[in-house]
Design a protein. Sequence first.
Length: 342
Amino acid sequence: MFFNFGEDIGIDLGTATVLVYVKKRGIVLNEPSVVALDKNTGQIIAVGEEARRMLGRTPGNIVAIRPLSEGVIADYEVTEKMLRYFIEKAIGKKLFFKPRVMVCIPSGVTSVEERAVRQAALAAGAKQAYLIEEPVAAALGAGIDISEPSGSMVVDVGGGTTDVAVLSLGGVVCSKSIRIGGDKFDEAIVRYVRRKFNLMIGERTAEEVKKEVGNAYPAKRKGDKVEVRGRDLVSGLPKTITITAEEAYEALSDTIDAVVAAVKEVLEKTPPELAGDIMNKGIVMTGGGALLSGLDTLITERTGLPTHIPDDAISCVALGTGIALQNIDLLQDGRSFAKKVI
């Protein structure tokens, strides 16, 4: 008989945010995946929210970086240190009983990218590391029973990637992962403001614009506007402009179209029987990007299928990793939901 004395931890290792789920305690951490480093010594100065506040505001010897890019590890050493920090913050330092950790990954990652995530989790102090695909975790966290021989469709719009998948019998039937998410929405706003207003704004300002007036359906936010401060590219001086919801839609339209195109592509590949199930159930959208105003309405309009957003869309993936980890021994030894590394 197997006894697990360590903690069970589920980690939504997102490009923008890291969420940590601990068995019996729920989600205990929700922090930006940002690390501030001293360039001269390589020493970590801050992690998470404290480091995010430093983005674009650091002196020469300190750099605030995102160690994950487009859903995968861009800087292995910093990711390992960040993971170790979050695990220790969630459960404290364990000398004897190391935790079992499940980390979610985009559905389109390569085997090299998979191996990097596994090794980072083990190096950060995990006793056993499991990987789970983001749409599977999102479906579990949204309360969908994917073990039934019935089709369910999930669209997880994260910070670095958008994962679209049709699930049945505990596995992915067809899927598509595109490297477009909340970060690309922010970049599109930065480019638009620079092109139209000759104004340079930072990532954090772009994110605020996205939250205040960003939309995929202008009628939803008609009349909304927000003041934006940045540096005038002509005079070099600080300047304030006003951006409307219509302008925000114009800035985001290309990236939004790419998300909708991915949804339609997966629907076109879906077997007819499962397509019938999805027509009855509709599409479930999760992730922070799903909260972009009007995105669900636009997908409903373009596909003809009802689109639902769970109450806690941002936490669905993290909750799903926890649910899968609790049932890992029951679910075909974990093979259908997770890939295990000891």
